[in-house]
Structure formats: structure tokens, C-alpha cells
Ligand binder design. Sequence first.
Ligand code: SF4
Length: 70
Amino acid sequence: MSGEGKLKVVINKPACCGYGVCADICPDVYKLDDNGIVYVEDEIVPAGLEDLAREGAEACPQSALKLVAA
Ligand code: SF4
């Protein structure tokens, strides 16, 4: 089992303004709730989605998403 390279999503919910840019870029990781606020079903980014997840996080105008080593 290899935990190498795994990324965990850390969300600063109060900072999220619901622009949905993250979910547009990486809908498999970033979801929007009924209020348009971001959430993730699993904070560990699925293998293969790291680049898109990073792109989505970097595109957030509020810098509400961070990816850290899991
Ligand atoms: S891009 Fe940022 S502000 Fe917009 S929904 Fe995603 S986390 Fe929230």
C-alpha cells in the first residue's frame, strides 16, 4: 500500500463565496451544496485527479481550497 503522493483537500468554508469555479474545473472532487458552498465527498483526492484538483484549488478566487499531503 502506498500513500505516496496522496493529497487531502482542506476547505476554508467561511471563505467560500460559491463561485463554483472549483467545481467547474474538477467536478469529480469539488461539489456545491444547496447553498452553493463547496464540499467534498472524500477529502482524499482520488488517484489521477491530482492535477485537476490542484488546478481547481488554484483557480478559487477566494483561496478557500488548499491541498496538503495526506
Ligand atoms: S472556487 Fe472557491 S469560492 Fe468558488 S465555490 Fe470553489 S471554493 Fe468556493
